[in-house]
Design a protein around this ligand. Structure first.
Ligand code: SF4
Length: 523
């Protein structure tokens, strides 16, 4: 096997025998086969794609994101569905000697030239991340032909011999297309569930049966809320599902109670002997321990051997029955965030922040706000990620910290006070709500009649999996410079590509909170 797609990759280079994430060598090879088959599909598509074709492409790419699929059977079935679609697209006249329907052997990429591998990996991994966002939009009824078409173009490019300049241009194009894709998902989420509003969320778990919903899929959460209504079961979010509390149509359900647990990577400890059921709608699922194996369920593209999978019919009866049988805690379980706080605030999407834009602008002009930080991205298990907690704690008292994605669990239970009626920490939502952060930055630049790079704004990002890759490419495609990135640099970025990113975009690896803050603030 060869996999270096996430931040926890073995020795900082690649997982070659088994995945640090728990992915087996067989699973890794199957995921490579699935990717190679998608390349073949892209080659033969020839404008004959149907809705089913696009769904296959999105599912196939999403399946290969870190902490999504551990099931060989599920990936084999996905490969077969893709091969069947290739057969349909090729038609009866397909001659394997002349047709381009042969799957790409991904080893040719992994064993090829280091810089080509790096540029193509940026493309493939960014594509995987973008496919997840496109999939969530698709579930809510919105698709975009430009996004779909680019996926095929990029997949095809993986199997072609292209010069570095062309691959770099494709990487930047992915960033541009991903902005459109995130805009689409923003429209799907807010169009379906309303504009998020600031909402306080408790970390306590009340007595009685409960279900914890993890992942990013708001539709699954809604369906579960509907199916549990009046059944005496409380629903709690976990990880990236936390911002769901802020959507008016979801917060209207009185049994959507609070948030369970802290960072996603603590799930093996926090789910240990949990007296409730857990539903994973997307990543991030870690290898499941015996102490809670019987109470974890999966749906959509997440699959794990031996766990009950809720299929397309979305009948959550097994999850509901398990929650009722387990019965929940007898008394309130007084859990807290990483720093001891018991209230998390979310719902500061771009709709809310821009609605008080005049307040923000006044506060900047009056010297009450000196700097904005966007501290966001994915969390992970490495000890170095404490940087983000310390960084936020040390930000000046007259600065605002915008945050998004699951990295915020490092500091979202801190109370840093307010400035001009605005909380100093504002949670903008899930990772895809990077779109909202971009909208806020562009709006501020517009008001102050300057470029985004001239604003007193610094982005300090943490990465773990592939959605972070497409977001980074989007920021770079917008010309945003001097982004701080950590906790380590991606293994798939070769020295040549890193030099390009540092020279052209001022991409900066994080060092220590003290040093980085001093540099940012010019002290
Ligand atoms: Fe290793 Fe990450 Fe790949 Fe898992 S996803 S095999 S941890 S590089």
């Amino acid at each position: 096997m060869f996999c270096f797609q996430c931040e926890q990759t073995a020795r900082g280079t690649a997982c070659t025998t088994t995945g640090v994430c728990g992915k087996s060598a067989t699973q890794s090879q199957l995921q490579d086969r699935l990717t190679g088959t998608l390349v073949a599909l892209a080659r033969v598509e020839d404008n004959n794609a149907t809705d089913a074709t696009w769904k296959l492409v999105l599912e196939g790419l999403f399946t290969t994101i870190t902490n999504v699929s551990f099931s060989d059977e599920a990936v084999e079935a996905q490969i077969q569905k893709t091969l069947d679609e290739i057969d349909r697209l090729c038609g009866d006249s397909c001659d394997p000697k002349t047709c381009s329907c042969e799957s790409l052997d991904m080893d040719t990429l992994w064993n090829g030239n280091e810089d080509v591998r790096s540029l193509k990996s940026l493309l493939l991994l960014g594509l995987r991340g973008m496919a997840a966002y496109a999939y969530h939009s698709y579930v809510l009824g919105l698709t975009d032909d430009t996004v779909n078409r680019f996926m095929l173009k990029a997949l095809k490019a993986l199997g072609e011999e292209l010069p570095a300049e062309e691959l770099l241009a494709l990487d930047m194009e992915l960033g541009t297309v991903n902005l459109a894709c995130m805009a689409l998902l923003d429209k799907a989420n807010t169009g379906t569930y309303g504009t998020p509003v600031p909402t306080k969320v408790s970390t306590y778990i009340e007595p009685g049966p409960f279900i914890v919903v993890s992942g990013h899929d708001l539709k699954d959460l809604e369906l579960l809320l509907i199916q549990t209504e009046g059944k005496g079961i409380d629903i709690y979010t976990h990880g990236e599902m936390l911002p769901a509390h802020a959507y008016p149509k979801l917060k209207a359900y009185s049994h959507l109670k609070g948030n369970f647990g802290t960072a996603w990577q603590s799930q093996q400890k926090e789910f240990d002997a949990i007296p409730g059921a857990v539903l994973f709608t997307t990543n991030c699922l870690m290898p499941v321990k015996d102490s809670y194996r019987d109470r974890v369920f999966t749906t959509e593209v997440v699959q794990y051997p031996g766990l009950v999978h809720i299929g397309e019919e979305k009948d959550f009866t097994p999850v509901i029955e398990k929650a009722l049988a387990l019965g929940g805690y007898k008394e309130t379980s007084m859990r807290t965030g990483i720093n001891g706080g018991n209230v998390l605030t979310t719902g500061y999407g771009h709709g809310t922040i821009l609605s008080v834009a005049d307040k923000v602008v006044d506060a900047v002009k009056a010297g009450q706000i000196s700097h904005f930080f966007l501290v966001g991205g994915c969390d992970g298990a490495r000890p170095g990620r404490n940087y983000y907690t310390e960084f936020v704690k040390q930000t000046p008292k007259d600065s605002i910290v915008l945050t998004l994605a699951c990295g915020k669990f490092r500091f979202n239970d801190l109370d840093l006070g307010n400035i001009g009626g605005l909380p100093r920490i504002m949670d903008m939502g899930q990772c895809n709500d990077a779109y909202g952060a971009i909208q806020v930055a562009l709006a501020l630049a517009n008001v102050f009649e300057c470029g985004v790079n001239d604003l007193p704004l610094t982005m300090v990002l943490s990465w773990y999996e592939q959605k972070a890759v497409c977001i980074l490419l989007t920021l770079l495609s917008l010309g945003i410079k001097n982004i701080y990135l950590g906790p380590t640099l991606p293994a798939f970025v070769s020295p040549f590509v890193l030099d390009y990113l540092v020279t052209n975009f001022g991409l900066t690896p994080i060092s220590t909170p003290e040093k980085d803050l001093a540099k940012i603030l010019g002290k």
